[in-house]
Design a protein around this ligand. Structure first.
Ligand SMILES: [Zn+2]
Length: 66
């Protein structure tokens, strides 16, 4: 283990846990973090995370109807 894990920060807005709670995710073998503000984006609009999250363009939005 030569590499320190990077400091947890939201994958969407880069806020760290000093300013917002962070929720841990496991994705493609990597540990990722997201804040509550962006969790709905990941669930409902993951393509907005293209460029921030590898493969986001292939993620499907949760299908739910109000
Ligand atoms: Zn965020």
């Amino acid at each position: 283990m030569s590499q320190e894990p990077s400091k947890p920060k939201c994958l969407a807005c880069d806020q760290d846990s000093t300013v917002t709670p962070l929720i841990a995710l496991e994705y493609q073998g990597e540990r990722l973090w997201i804040c509550p503000q962006h969790l709905p984006v990941l669930i409902h609009d993951p393509t907005k995370l293209v460029g921030r999250l590898a493969g986001a363009e292939d993620l499907k939005a949760a299908d739910h109807k109000d």
